[in-house]
Design a protein. Structure first.
Length: 324
């Protein structure tokens, strides 16, 4: 009949084999003496004898190595220590660990060895990193959005001789254009906004197969660039409907873009509308398009009030389109 010690030993072996924690016994000199069966599995160790006697610190680099050294000092002094850090498995795969280190006491009450229990928290750590990135991006987007809203409000109200109702309506339309851009950005998640989708959403109130053509390759815009582009498109579309090519039958707007040699070229061209007369002063729309759009996309935007129809030409480095 098996004795109680035999039963206890079998139970302990079963627990160590089933656990996904990496349980190790480390000598006071910091070398590996034992690693549980489950620990060898998660650490991808095929032969523990090949690493028995190796310094525990050799599995760690950077901040993790300093933490291990501090944990060994604490355990030799009879104290526990806990830390988190990255260490590769024996197969070279990166893992992130939560490590609890405790002294193993001898009969005289002094440490005779060190127990280390490491738990693989790679997925949890990755989730926390994603959360931090998303939180940082959300904060960045909010700042961009508020800066844009502030500029819209200030420019819409400054020096306007329009009736208050018209100013309010124009301001509301501009904010709605920003809201539409935000919808596109939310659908695109953190990877940015697709330019074609942005153009189609912002210009959807004016979209007609016969009167508005959109052509260009796939281009991804950062949140900042997308907001500036959305507002510029809204201004151009509104102006075209009220005064330009879309204000009368036979008018047409071509929206196109291309990437060539690391340069992005965007063009809005109106035709078939009433004759264009250059404005005596540049209003908010013109200033926003030429200054804000050009600056936000790291390039140059130019409005040409040609008699046959307004033309917007935008040239910018392709790399700048995705910059936050």
């Amino acid at each position: 009949m098996p004795t109680q010690p035999d039963k206890d030993a079998r139970f302990l072996r079963a627990v160590l084999a089933a656990s996904d924690d990496c349980i190790k016994v480390i000598g006071l000199d910091g070398t590996l003496e034992f690693m549980s069966e489950g620990g060898q599995r998660v650490m991808e160790v095929t032969d523990f004898e090949a690493i028995r006697g190796c310094p525990w610190t050799q599995f760690w680099e950077g901040p993790g190595k300093a933490e291990v050294e501090a944990a060994l000092v604490a355990a030799r002094s009879g104290h526990s220590y806990r830390f988190q850090g990255q260490a590769d498995t024996a197969a070279g795969n990166p893992r992130y660990w939560d490590v609890q280190v405790s002294p193993i006491m001898a009969a005289d009450g002094k440490p005779e060895a060190i127990l280390s229990v490491s738990r693989d928290i790679t997925q949890i750590h990755a989730g926390e990193e994603r959360y931090r990135l998303l939180a940082g991006e959300l904060n960045h987007r909010i700042k961009n959005l508020l800066a844009m809203v502030s500029g819209i409000v200030n420019q819409s109200l400054r020096g306007s001789d329009e009736p208050l109702d018209q100013v309010k309506r124009r301001l509301s339309d501009r904010l709605q254009a920003l809201a539409a851009a935000q919808d596109v950005l939310m659908m695109a998640s953190r990877h940015g906004a697709d330019l074609r989708q942005l153009v189609e959403v912002v210009l959807s109130p004016h979209r007609s197969v016969e009167r508005l053509a959109v052509e260009g390759p796939s281009v991804t815009l950062s949140s900042k660039c997308a907001l500036a582009m959305a507002l510029a498109l809204h201004e151009l579309g509104t102006n075209a409907v009220k005064y330009g090519a879309l204000s009368q039958e036979g008018g047409h707007v071509d929206v196109s873009w291309r990437n060539r040699g690391g340069e992005f070229h965007f063009r809005w061209q109106e035709s078939g509308g009433p004759p264009v007369t250059p404005p005596r002063r540049r209003g908010f729309g013109s200033q926003m398009i030429e200054k804000v759009l050009g600056n936000y996309l790291g390039g140059t935007a130019k409005l040409d009030f040609a008699p046959d129809g307004i033309v917007l030409s935008l040239d910018a480095p392709t790399a700048a389109l995705a910059e936050g």
